[in-house]
Write a protein that binds this ligand. Structure first.
Ligand code: KMT
Ligand code: NI
Length: 182
């Protein structure tokens, strides 16, 4: 994993858009983003006990696997790719553990509103807190496979950023948690 400020240069979302300015884990932590590395072998194997330990501690009772690629998503591919890259929030955490391929999660820094790009590779596990504005894109390899963890029912409804998300109570709670207030 490497995190850096997005360069804001117009062009293909799949390019790195690396401004050259790295973002430390401590900054991500302040934004409520959690990160772990649990190694994944070249064959895609990992130690399930390590994932179970995090799942137990954080009460993620369920999990499934998503394959974001043309093959994995079929008809839904173009629509999903577009939806993932719209700036949005969720009313629950978004937890992803990368098993194969790679891609970028962009999260909004608060209060600067700068994009931080998080380059994810196999072994990287991330928790985006409920209420954070974010988006996702594949990189130029066009494939990522991830384990998704969730508490009960998956609540991944994306709420695109706008007036109604700015007043969403979960967003409000998030801003209080990061300590800058709404
Ligand atoms: C999401 O909700 O943005 C995704 O599931 C993206 C693909 S998982 C790396
Ligand atoms: Ni999301």
């Amino acid at each position: 994993m490497r995190a850096y400020y997005f360069d804001n240069v117009p062009g293909d979302q799949r390019l790195p858009h690396d401004s050259g300015s790295s973002v430390p884990l401590s900054t991500l932590k302040q934004l409520g983003v959690h990160y772990w590395n649990i190694p994944v072998s070249a064959g895609g194997e990992y130690d399930v006990k390590d994932v179970d330990a995090i799942a137990r501690e954080r009460e993620y009772k369920n999990r499934d696997v998503i394959n974001v690629s043309k093959e994995g998503l079929g008809e839904a591919y173009e629509g999903k790719i577009k939806m993932f890259f719209e700036e949005h929030m969720h009313e629950d955490e978004e937890i992803r553990y990368i098993l194969g391929g790679s891609g970028f999660f962009d999260v909004r820094e608060h209060p600067t509103d700068k994009w931080i790009r998080i380059a994810m590779e196999p072994g990287d596990m991330i928790v985006l807190p409920a209420g954070i504005y974010h988006r996702f894109t594949l990189d130029e390899k066009n494939v990522i496979k991830a384990l998704r963890l969730f508490k009960d029912e998956p609540k991944w409804t994306p709420y695109n950023r706008g007036e109604s998300t700015d007043t969403n109570p979960i967003r409000h709670d998030y801003l209080h948690t990061v300590g800058v207030g709404a």
